[in-house]
Design a protein around this ligand. Structure first.
Ligand SMILES: C[S@@+](CC[C@H](N)C(=O)[O-])C[C@H]1O[C@@H](n2cnc3c(N)ncnc32)[C@H](O)[C@@H]1O
Length: 230
C-alpha cells in the first residue's frame, strides 16, 4: 500500500480544488508564476495527488498526464478532476517510468520529491523522458525548514529517511531529508541546467492564518527549482 492510500480521503478534503492554506498562499503563487506561457505543451504532473494541480494545468496546456502511486488518490482524481485532455495513471516512480524518451515539454511536480528515496534514478529518468529544451518545475519541503522542525536532521549530509505527521490525516509519513546543494547536484549530474531557484518564505500574516507556522516565520517552507534539459 502506498503511503498516501491510508489518508487519501481526508487529504482530498483538505486540498480540495485549490490546495490547503500553505499551498494556496505560499507555494502555489510561486509555482504558477514559473509556468511557461506557450499553450501547446504536453505536461507530466509527477505525484499528482487528488489531481487539483493536474486540472489547473489541463486548463492551460494541450495535454496533461497525472501520475501517482496512491491508487486511492488516483481514483479520487479520476472521479472528481477529469477533463478530456487529462490521463491519470497509477505509477510507482521509484521503480517504474512507463514513458518513451522525449515525451514531455514540461514536468511539473508539487511537494513530491521529498518522498523519493532514489533521487539519482529519478533525475536520470526525468532527463530521459523530457524533450530537449523542456522544463522541469518542482517544489519540495525545504531542508532548512525540515531540519529546524526535526533537530536530529541538523548535521545530516546524505539522503536520510525521517518520520513526520501529515496533512489531512493522523498517519505518520516517511520523508527523505537531504541538504539543498546535494539535491541540486543530482539534477546537474543528470544533465539538467539550473534555470532558477525560489524559496517560499513564511510571512508573519500567513502564520496568523496558520498558527502551526508561528515559530517558523522567515524560514523557507518549500524550495522551488526550475531546470532545463540542454
Ligand atoms: C504532498 S502530496 C502532493 C500532491 C500534489 N502534487 C499536490 O500538490 O497536491 C505528495 C504526493 O506524492 C505522491 N508520491 C509519493 N511518493 C511517490 C512515489 N514513490 N511514486 C509516485 N507518487 C508518489 C503521494 O502519493 C502524494 O500524492
Amino acid at each position: 500500500m502506498a503511503q498516501y492510500d491510508q489518508i487519501a480521503k481526508p487529504y482530498d478534503e483538505l486540498m480540495g480544488d485549490t490546495g490547503d492554506i500553505p499551498h494556496t498562499f505560499l507555494i502555489n503563487p510561486l509555482m504558477s508564476s514559473s509556468l511557461p506561457k506557450e499553450k501547446d505543451l504536453t505536461v507530466l504532473d509527477l505525484g499528482c495527488g487528488n489531481g487539483y494541480w493536474t486540472k489547473l494545468l489541463a486548463k492551460k496546456y494541450k495535454k496533461v498526464v497525472g501520475i501517482d502511486n496512491s491508487q486511492n488518490l488516483i481514483k479520487i482524481a479520476k472521479n472528481k478532476r477529469q477533463l478530456s485532455n487529462i490521463e491519470y495513471k497509477l505509477v510507482e516512480i521509484e521503480t517504474d517510468f512507463p514513458f518513451a524518451n522525449d515525451s514531455f515539454d514540461l514536468i511539473f511536480s508539487n511537494m513530491v520529491i521529498h518522498y523519493i528515496k532514489n533521487l539519482i534514478k529519478l533525475t536520470e529518468e526525468l532527463y530521459r523522458i523530457i524533450k530537449p529544451n523542456g522544463l522541469i518545475i518542482f517544489s519540495f519541503a525545504h531542508p532548512i525548514f525540515e531540519s529546524t522542525k526535526n533537530q536530529s536532521l541538523k548535521s545530516t549530509k546524505t539522503r536520510t529517511p525521517y518520520k513526520t505527521s501529515t496533512l489531512g490525516g493522523s498517519a505518520e509519513l516517511t520523508l527523505q531529508y537531504e541538504p539543498l546543494d546535494l539535491i541540486i547536484k543530482k539534477f546537474l549530474n543528470s544533465g539538467f541546467k539550473l534555470v532558477q531557484q525560489k524559496d517560499a518564505i513564511i510571512p508573519a500574516d500567513l502564520a496568523k492564518k496558520y498558527p502551526r507556522y508561528q515559530d517558523y516565520i522567515g524560514l523557507p517552507r518549500a524550495a522551488i527549482l526550475i531546470f532545463k534539459k540542454n
